[in-house]
Structure formats: C-alpha cells, structure tokens
Design a protein around this ligand. Structure first.
Ligand code: SF4
Length: 385
C-alpha cells in the first residue's frame, strides 16, 4: 500500500480542509499523481485531490459512479503477495536481487519504516524525517546505514503542495546505488506481463525515483545514485513464487518532470474559486451525506474541468465530466482540441465544415482544415457509393 497526505501553509490548508468538509482526507498513492500529470490542465481534479476529497464516493453520490478500481479481492491478494515477498526480512526478495539481477547486496540490514510506532500514530512529517535521515546516511556511505528500507516515506512537490509518498521498498546496493522496488500481484507468464499494467507500474515507480532524487539533491548528494532501472516484482506463471525484472523508467521520468512543471499552483487555483466551496460528504445518523447531490453538482461546476477521453481510465469523475462535456470539441480528445483551437462546440465545427457558418478570424485556419476534411470524406463516400 502507498499513501500520501498534504503538508501545507496555514491558509491553504484551512481552505482545503473546508473544501473536504468534516470527513477524513482520502489517502492517495503514486497512481493519483501519475493520473494528475496525465491531465495537468484540469483544475477540478487538482483541487479535489489536493483537498483529499473521496472522488469515488462523490461520483457515486451524484449518480455517476466510477467503473474502475481494484476489487477488495485484488487488494487482499496484492497485500498477501507483498507480505510473502517481504517475509523473514525480505529473504526471497534479496535472493531475487542477487541471483536474477546480480545486484550486490552482501549483508542485509532490513529497516521497516512503517511500524516503528505504528503507521496511524505518527504524523507523515515524523515518518518522513526518520526515512530521510536513514536514506541520507546510506547515501553518505555510513557504516551500518542499512540496505533494505521497507515503506519509507518520501515527499514530492505537486502543484505547490508537499505530498508524501510511500514506495513498497527501496533497496541500497553495496556500490552506492538505490533501487526503487515495486511489488505487484499481476502475473508474469512466460516472461510476459500485461503491457498496460507494466506501464502503470513504471509510472508509479518513476514518481518514487523522482522524489528520491529530489531529496538527495536537496541534501547535496548526486541524484543519479538512484537508478533509473526500477525493480518490478510479480508472481511468476500464476504461482505464488515471485520473479523480478528491471524496468527502465527514463521516459516516464521525463514526462513526469515536464507535466509537474506545467501544473498550476493549488493556491492560485483556490484564489479563483468561491470562498465557501465545499464537497462535504459528512453523513447523517443513517450514513447518508447531509448535502443534496444537486448542491455537490453545483459545486463541481464552479471548478473548471478539462475532460478528455483518457479520463475514463484514470479519474473517478470521468462519467460526470463526460456528460458535462457532451457536444464540446474538447471531449473528442487532446489532438482534436488542439486542431480545433477556438472552436468550442461540435455543432460549430460541423457548420464550418459544411460551409453553413462563416468562420471568425481566429477560426479561419481550423475552418479550412474542416472543409478540406469534409470534402475528402464526401469524395471517399462518393467513391464507396
Ligand atoms: S474526469 Fe473530470 S475531474 Fe477527472 S481529470 Fe477528467 S476532467 Fe478532470
């Protein structure tokens, strides 16, 4: 399991707490940062995620339930596999790292950073400080600094806010290199795994690599001592026995850096929103949120969204946003949005394509393209007919 929470300046923190309402903040994971960077222009998602609003619950309550996410069974299976790989001081993992990947980890010191006093009892700040101290000691080559760090807490700046991240494990080699280890319960069969799942795991691992590199750079160490090859551990051939592969995440790192750099700061977004904005889902005695769904829909409409078809696979609010964006050219995807810059509605695009509407000056280029496309389409259909 992986989690993040927010550390913020006072007024922004107060504002985000009011937006979340009287419920616990939703714990996120590297997957939410990866999803955030897939659509960096969407203020709606950025505000809801930063405030820790439970988007899944919100979507269900306004009658647009999300249709993805892990089942309880898949989560339990994932946790059991992770526990197995880490049993007895991660003995199986160390064997894999040594034998299959040739990572020189001679004598093993295993630090479980999750359970010193219990995860729930400590603030993220305290856990982060302890993780940082241990990892920096290892980076400095200090004696007995440790080789395996289980569930360290890392930090990353996202839209001007600090978020905390918890990788499955960080391994430290004898030769002074760190490796991020991701443990996943999807199977590797005959050396092949589902490419979409591997790709999602690679993006998540890249988030951890980035956070580790930033922490080391800030402390004056060479960030490149964190390997861009991450270690993916999965069950082999539907058995419970683990296998490990190295995955190069350089491309994912470049995309993440670029997208995080493009994100608007959350405090800038908040300044443009109504001061009493709230997505409070606090329940009454029967467990039903006290606010009407319409009030929450109205609140959602005050925060600008940037729907794209990609949202369907990464964001819990996708069905709501898709319904809202119906008829907008933006809903056709990023490339259509760029090609049709200045043309907001599909019916306008059709009118321009058929020559029924005259383009405004800024629409002339797109209108010429549309007319050309319409002519080609008519020709093709004419030939076919
Ligand atoms: S589904 Fe909606 S809130 Fe989520 S990223 Fe897309 S546009 Fe933004």
């Amino acid at each position: 399991m992986t989690s993040i929470s927010m550390g913020t300046g006072r007024s922004t923190a107060d504002r985000l707490a009011a937006i979340r309402g009287g419920v616990q903040p939703k714990r996120h994971n590297a997957r939410t940062i990866a999803a955030l960077t897939r659509n960096p222009g969407c203020a709606r998602r950025a505000v809801l995620d930063t405030a820790g609003v439970d988007k899944q619950r919100l979507a269900a309550y306004i009658d647009f339930p999300a249709r993805f996410g892990q089942s309880g069974f898949a989560i339990a299976r994932g946790n059991a596999f992770e526990a197995q790989v880490k049993a007895s001081g991660a003995a199986e993992l160390v064997r894999l790292l040594r034998e299959r990947l040739g990572l020189p980890i001679p004598e093993v010191a295993y630090d479980d950073l999750e359970t010193v006093t219990g995860r729930e009892k400590e603030s993220p700040e305290v856990r982060y400080a302890r993780s940082r101290a241990l990892l920096l000691r290892a980076a400095a080559g200090e004696e007995d600094a440790g080789t395996l760090f289980d569930h360290p807490l890392l930090a990353l700046e996202v839209a001007g806010q600090r978020v905390y991240l918890e990788p499955d494990l960080i391994a430290f080699q004898h030769e002074g290199r760190f490796h991020v280890v991701e443990i996943k319960s999807f199977a590797v069969v005959d050396g092949q795994a589902d490419p979409a799942k591997v790709s999602a795991a690679a993006i998540q691992a890249a988030v951890y690599v980035l956070a580790m590199r930033q922490m080391l750079a800030e402390a004056g160490h060479d960030p490149e001592i964190v390997a861009h090859d991450v270690i993916l551990v999965c069950p082999r051939d539907f058995s419970n026995s683990p296998t490990a592969v190295l995955v190069d995440v350089r491309r994912q790192l470049a995309v993440l850096r670029r997208q995080l750099g493009r994100m608007t700061r959350v405090d800038t977004m908040l300044a443009a929103l109504p001061p009493n904005l709230s997505f409070d889902l606090a329940p009454d005695a029967d467990g039903v949120p006290t606010r009407a769904p319409e009030a929450l829909v109205e609140a959602l409409r005050t925060v600008e969204a940037r729907y794209a078809p990609d949202c369907l696979s990464v964001c819990e609010l996708a069905y709501f946003c898709r319904a809202e964006a119906r008829g907008c050219t933006a809903a056709l995807g990023t490339s259509a949005r760029e090609e049709l810059g200045g043309i907001e509605r599909v019916e306008t695009a059709l009118g321009l394509a058929k020559g029924e509407l005259s383009p405004a000056e800024e629409q002339e280029e797109a209108a010429a393209l549309l007319r050309n496309a319409a002519r080609l389409r008519a020709e093709v259909l004419g030939t076919a007919g």
